[in-house]
Ligand binder design. Sequence first.
Ligand SMILES: C[S@@+](CC[C@H](N)C(=O)[O-])C[C@H]1O[C@@H](n2cnc3c(N)ncnc32)[C@H](O)[C@@H]1O
Ligand SMILES: [Zn+2]
Ligand SMILES: [Zn+2]
Ligand SMILES: [Zn+2]
Length: 720
Amino acid sequence: MRKSPPGTQETQNLIQEKEIEKEFPFSQVSEIANRESNAKRYYRPILTLHKWFARRLGSVFRSILIYASIKPLAHTKKTGGVPFWDLYLKDHSFSNMSVLDPFMGGGTTVVEALRLGYAKVIGGDLNPVAWFTVKKEIEDAEISLLQKEFDNISKNVKLDIQRYYKSQCSFCSSIADVMYHFWIKEIKCEKCQHNIPLFRSFLFAYNRKDATTQYVICPECNQLFLTDRKASCLCPKCSTSFAASDFYVKRGRYFCPSCQHTGRIVNVNKSQGKPFERLYALEFYCTECKTRGFKTANEDDLDLFKQAESEFNSLQDRLPLPQQKIPPGAKTQELLNHQITYFTDMYNKRQLLSLGRLLQAILEIADQNIREFLLITFSTALEYNNLLCEYHRKNHYVYNLFRKHAYPATLNPCENNPWGARYGTGTFKNFFKKMIKVKMYSKAPYEVYIDSSGKTTRKQMNHPIVAEVNFNSRTIDTIDNSKLVHLYCHSSTEIPLSGKSIDLVVTDPPYYDNVQYAELADFYYVWLRLGLQNSYPWFVPEYTPKDTEIVKNIKRGKSGEQYQVELTAVFQEISRVMKDDGLLIFTFHHKELDAWVKLINSLIEQKFIIKSIYPVHSEMKTSTQIRGTKSIGIDVIFVCRKQLDEVLTKEWKEVIKEAKSEINEKLSILHDTIMDLSEIDCFVLKMGVGLKFYTQYHHSIELRGENISIKDVLEIFSQD
Ligand SMILES: C[S@@+](CC[C@H](N)C(=O)[O-])C[C@H]1O[C@@H](n2cnc3c(N)ncnc32)[C@H](O)[C@@H]1O
Ligand SMILES: [Zn+2]
Ligand SMILES: [Zn+2]
Ligand SMILES: [Zn+2]
């Protein structure tokens, strides 16, 4: 369908084309990607090992790697080429090719490449948390040794931790395990000094067993009780009547129930300091009567907390705890506004006591590999064991912290049981079980696909996701051993490889200002550092590197222009290390034209030409609740080559016509796969096509002397 561009005919004859330059089954890939995005853990259990932000989908990257490594297929209208699933489910061995991902993040490319038998796999990331995550994803461990060390820790610290998570069962009066403690922040009214608990509503939780009732909190005496959903609430303890939807806080302002004064919470925080936190309720599981229940916190519960506090006060100097202040940034500002100034301010003293004890026991494990596996399990559990966490009122579990790639300054925190009771999520005990499952999966991985009846099915695969890691930048270039995966931890503005040595670069650069990786990763880094700074030099600094992070972050003085300069520097390195007939493939999406302008400038400066683009379902959820006209559900895959010889020319009118027809064709195919394409999705696709045609024909526009900027061109494409 696509004509060979006239100018590059000669070079193209020398270059072995790959299937992905001609065709890519993005509709089928989107179908499996869509299913994967709704059940990531089932498709790729390996990613439960540790959080990384905005990971790409494994099914998409597996498909990219396969189609980028095979010669063009014979496409006829009748056969349509080799069926997608035959290729997708094959145990390939691309043993004559090397793959690099210079922005590996959580390791999607690295892991998928490891499963496809490449001769050499190299991944790099600036962020030590990403680096450690990928390292532990692919390193092996003996399950019995992991279990042995877990049992040891359990013997040494479990009871010490659990004794502060106990309360009397309200059904049988036995001592029950507390799964969750509920806290509310309190400030003093700036006018009348009344104590105001910062409730956004007095609905505490829905009753999962009966849709007609719900749990509420009395605004006057903080009694927790069950009441009819429809009726107004009458407190059984103090007879106050109120509506569950009443509130003392809305959009960052408090409302004083005593004098009706209203003001901004952040202003109060400035003058009053970190707000007081009051324990008001808890959820327990009683092993005697086998019942789960909520109750109002009483004197005994407060007392137990005080005991934990005083034990923490006497032990804290001996516990491994992060000492760093939270650095100012685009995402951390929210915390600083709420007077959360040290990383330890995100936890109460009982949590710090438990986490410190647990970490101390982990750091005592002699075997480094096993120690690191328990350390990463500990780090994973941190996301559910801090006072920024909230409670899911419908499903009754603690939410993870980074649902929105931000630090929320939660007013109504949920304190999880760090070790874990019989039920409850986000606990060390549960994450240990998950880690064991991950390692079992890695030893014998499966692939999930859609069978002919439309059902999701598993196929056992041959390549285990297991390798040793070489992390010595100085030897990455020279060691060739397909049993090793090479992971470097520094900026990809310097890739530790010699010129023209790589066949395939498959990556996912930072999306402008979309995710502030380094700011968020500090949450884990400050703890991981306590166990890793003596082993790896990139864990020595107090924080994750930010100056060299490629991201737009005005708060930290990083402009869009800088993003472009630094991204260009990485594309320059990619161009240097890539063979002349190599391919650079990456994914991207963004809502703003500016981000695309910066991206295209970087590509053109390094003389990359986009051969093809494909839209594909991205990692975002497609649930209609979340998806609106402004949300993004697709990524664009860019397939690029080095521009080696003369440039293409074409009438500008023709270029626009061709581009519009490609946009329409791809949109209609996508419509059949992703039902609710948003306006932004269409914009993203148009930008992708615009960039492609621009890299191919921008010289002809410039030669004709038309004074059109890249921005003008992209604006033309962004219109209908
Ligand atoms: C979009 S993410 C990659 C996500 C990855 N594909 C995944 O599925 O998890 C971009 C990554 O680039 C990294 N990064 C930012 N600046 C960098 C630099 N100068 N050198 C290397 N990596 C950098 C970030 O730390 C982040 O992990
Ligand atoms: Zn009981
Ligand atoms: Zn009351
Ligand atoms: Zn007041």
